[in-house]
Design a protein around this ligand. Structure first.
Ligand code: ATP
Length: 312
């Protein structure tokens, strides 16, 4: 097969509990990930020109607001493909094309999603046949959010977020996402979270998963889930981008069952009662200041999945 296309979802964190800073620079987390139907697509193709002196891995990125995405070895999809080739122990070549719909630096783990998609696409293109357990190991080395993008669904991550256990859920949850102009740097938001805690003299509590949230997921109870949504990074994201408080308030006032900043932001997530309610809510928040676009999505959805194979 000379080209493989993989579709990969964005995530929203239903609960993000941030513990104390560890000696290795990471925080201990409890991270309830939920994959939603907002997708990037990564195509891995055999290079057409056969130029063996060219870089073995090249990448192009298409989509809106992709100026911040590197088209070098710093691209997480390239890093993932290089790690996979390294594991297989020889040089493999591929041209990667990333079609982005997941907002860049939006707190929805788009870069991690592309890395997961590149692992699945190149594993297939190069005929390596590595089992998903091996891909999960490589994924965890690339970044804490990459294993979840392979797995999808709803799962709880512990450690720095990379030790995953799938969660039982019922039904479908409907979401509205308010995309903001510009991104927020994840390390900066964690730094601000530490700074705010130090300033207030509060020690970070040991993170623990919310039983109320797990119960709401198991029962498919959107109302209860809306009330249980929690993100310890939210105060830091709001401190760095005060206008997000207005966006969240607008969603709540206009009928969202719950509202929170997605991960490190600045995307805001709103839970709706149904698909119709999500569309209605989306229409009501499009004109909120600082909101670049509004999209609806549902979850949970599967992780990185082969969507097509062809002649490139
Ligand atoms: P997270 O929620 O995992 O903290 P995020 O959604 O806030 O991440 P990303 O879109 O994953 O942010 O990207 C953060 C940064 O990573 C970007 O600003 C960009 O410089 C870099 N990056 C590297 N590869 C990619 C990629 N394939 N797509 C997007 N960003 C990438």
């Amino acid at each position: 097969m000379s080209a493989i296309t993989v579709r990969v979802p964005a995530k929203v964190n239903l609960q993000l509990a941030v513990g104390p800073l560890r000696e290795d620079g990471y925080h201990d987390l409890v991270n309830v990930f939920h994959a939603v139907s907002l997708f990037d697509e990564v195509t891995a193709a055999e290079p057409a020109d056969g130029d063996v002196t060219a870089a073995p891995l090249r990448v192009r990125v298409e989509g809106d607001h992709t100026g911040e995405v590197p088209v070098s070895d710093d691209n997480l999809a390239v890093r993932a493909a290089m790690a996979l080739a390294g594991r297989a122990g020889r040089t493999y070549r591929a041209d990667l094309l990333i079609r982005k719909s997941i907002p860049v630096a939006g707190g929805m783990a788009g870069g991690s999603a592309d890395a997961a998609a590149a692992l699945v696409a190149c594993n297939e293109l190069w005929g390596l046949g590595l089992p998903v357990e091996d891909l999960m190991e490589i994924a965890a080395d690339i970044g804490s959010d990459v294993p979840f993008a392979l797995l999808g669904g709803t799962a709880v991550g512990t450690g720095r977020g990379e030790r995953l256990a799938p969660l039982e859920t019922a039904g479908v949850f409907h979401w509205v996402f308010a995309l903001a102009d510009g991104g927020l740097s994840t390390p900066r938001v964690y730094g601000e979270c530490d700074r705010l805690r130090e300033e207030a003299g509060v020690a970070a509590p040991r993170p623990a998963v919310s039983e109320t949230l797990l119960d709401a997921l198991r029962r498919g109870d959107a109302k209860a889930l809306g009330q249980a949504l929690a993100n310890d990074l939210q105060p830091a994201a709001l401190a760095l981008r005060p206008s997000l408080a207005d966006t969240l308030a607008a969603g709540r006032e206009r009928g969202a069952l719950g509202a929170l900043v997605s991960g490190s932001g600045p995307t805001c997530a709103f839970l709706a009662e149904s698909a119709e309610h999500a569309h209605e809510l989306a229409g009501l928040i499009t004109d909120v200041d600082g909101c670049r676009a509004v999209v609806t999505a549902h979850g949970p959805v599967p992780g990185a999945t082969v969507a097509g194979a062809g002649a490139g």
